[in-house]
Design a binder for this molecule. Structure first.
Ligand SMILES: [Zn+2]
Length: 207
């Protein structure tokens, strides 16, 4: 099966040609529930992780969901795997684009995060690693179990479930606005806009 993004952007560009100046290459992952292995790109799947390398933990004391308000769970929080992306799985096309070049000869991107919200961002704190697959050596056969679950603490589940991915290159554009078009009355109140595009263009797209 091939996952593709509907060509809606062509319609958008036809109506708002100025948007072409803000086009940027992006990657859609198209995660689908499955049983990825360490040798596959995945969301929430097992990472290709050296057996002799400590698994990342978060020992910050600004966690939001701690019952006693201390911000600490009393032990380091085991980080959850979020993404593993092999360079070989990047589709041909507009990538590698600036910002997508794997640095220093690496060919594997791994992203983990602490699966509970932190003060300030009210989101997880993130760890990003770049590896060379050939240098990993003996790898773990499974990710370590998590010791803190945001879902058990009454928050959205921040530990992704295992999914296989089928990356697709797409042309993306800056976000326009998160409000319903009916909330913008065209009076020039730019406070309702995100400001990623010129106000007149952003407002026109909302119409
Ligand atoms: Zn944390």
């Amino acid at each position: 099966m091939v996952d593709t993004t509907p060509p809606g952007r062509a319609l958008l560009l036809a109506q708002f040609p100025e948007l072409a100046d803000y086009a940027r290459p992006s990657l859609r992952l198209h995660p689908r529930r499955g049983h990825p292995t360490t040798g596959e790109s995945s969301v929430g799947g097992p990472l290709l992780w050296p057996v002799d390398e400590p698994w990342p933990t978060c020992d910050r004391d600004d966690h939001e969901l701690v019952a006693d308000g201390s911000g600490s769970f009393g032990e380091p929080v085991v980080m959850a795997c979020v993404l593993q992306l092999y360079r070989r799985d990047l589709p041909a096309g507009i990538l590698p684009a600036p910002g997508w070049a794997f640095p220093n000869g690496t060919d594997l991107l791994q992203v983990l995060w602490c699966p509970t919200p932190h003060e300030g961002t009210y989101g997880p704190c993130i760890r990003v690693l770049w590896r060379a697959e050939a240098q990993v050596g003996t790898a773990l056969t499974a990710n370590p179990p998590l010791n803190v679950s945001s879902e058990d603490l009454g928050f959205d589940n921040l530990a992704p479930r295992p999914c296989l991915i089928r990356p697709e290159t797409v042309v993306d554009f800056p976000p326009i606005a998160c409000l319903h078009p009916g909330q913008v009355d065209g009076s020039g109140d730019s406070g309702l806009l995100l400001g990623k595009l010129p106000a007149h263009l952003e407002r026109a797209c909302l119409g």
